[in-house]
Design a protein around this ligand. Structure first.
Ligand code: DC
Length: 237
């Protein structure tokens, strides 16, 4: 069976990462959370007091950033590591959420991250979630999903996520953050968040995670069967 790339793009808090992770586990594929990479860069810039607007400073800082993903046997979860240190919790705070869109709009940051992501998926057999996977990172991905959901529902999900980590944030602040990030993500000059022409739209407003996972797996299965048919036809000819 050939291995494919499954690109899951879309707005924040639509269930992209949870779905992508479960799809990867069911298919025996790797999972790459590209949002975590931009969050880790943001954390590094804050820690090192990098001026986001200083191109030279940004370029030099990027050379000192090494991001990896580790599976923790202790928590049974994937951990994002920045220069070898687990930063999984630190990168999920509101403070980082408030700055990450600004950092991820910097062209030099995008070029560096896109190059790393292409390297991580070069052997295929990966599920990657983000904003520009189907358009820029893997425009040739065999499966492309574009996720959306109503803003209020996305904010409720985000609030629950933060609460589970002990951070109580009111809905107004979360909605403001979501709307600001949507605006920056969709209007930036370098690979803005946009649905690829050949991506399938998935509105998750009234879906459970299990339904979302089944939906993506079905789409991937159909695509794999199609590729298999094409290959068999070639052999017969
Ligand atoms: O998926 P997330 O919310 O953790 O992503 C954090 C931010 O990173 C989001 O505001 C947009 C940015 N991002 C991006 O620009 N490109 C990606 N491929 C993934 C995330």
């Amino acid at each position: 069976m050939p291995k494919i790339v499954i690109a899951i793009d879309g707005y924040s808090s639509c269930g992209k990462s949870t779905t992508a992770k479960a799809v990867a586990a069911k298919m025996g594929y790797g999972y790459i959370d590209t949002g975590a990479m931009y969050r880790a860069v943001t954390l590094f810039f804050i820690q090192e007091r990098i001026a986001f607007t200083n191109q030279k400073e940004v370029e030099l800082a990027l050379e000192r950033i090494h991001i990896t993903f580790n599976y923790s046997n202790q928590t049974g979860k994937n951990q994002t590591c920045l220069n070898g240190l687990n930063v999984e919790d630190e990168i999920r705070t509101m403070h980082i959420s408030n700055l990450v869109s600004e950092v991820s709009a910097i062209p030099e940051v995008r070029w560096a991250m896109v190059a790393q992501q292409q390297k991580m998926g070069r052997r295929r057999g990966v599920v990657m979630d983000g904003r520009d996977i189907g358009t820029t990172v893997f425009p040739d991905a065999e499966v492309k999903v574009f996720m959306t959901a109503e803003t209020y529902i996305r904010a409720q999900r985000r609030q629950q996520e933060l609460l589970a980590k002990g951070e109580l944030v009111n809905m107004d602040e979360i909605i403001k953050n979501i709307e600001k990030r949507d605006l920056i993500d969709t209007t930036r000059s370098e690979s803005p968040l946009v649905k690829a022409a050949d991506a399938t739209l998935l509105d998750t407003s009234h879906m459970t995670i299990e339904e979302q996972v089944d939906w993506v797996i079905e789409l991937a299965d159909r695509r794999l069967a199609e590729l298999h048919r094409k290959k068999s036809r070639k052999v017969i000819q």
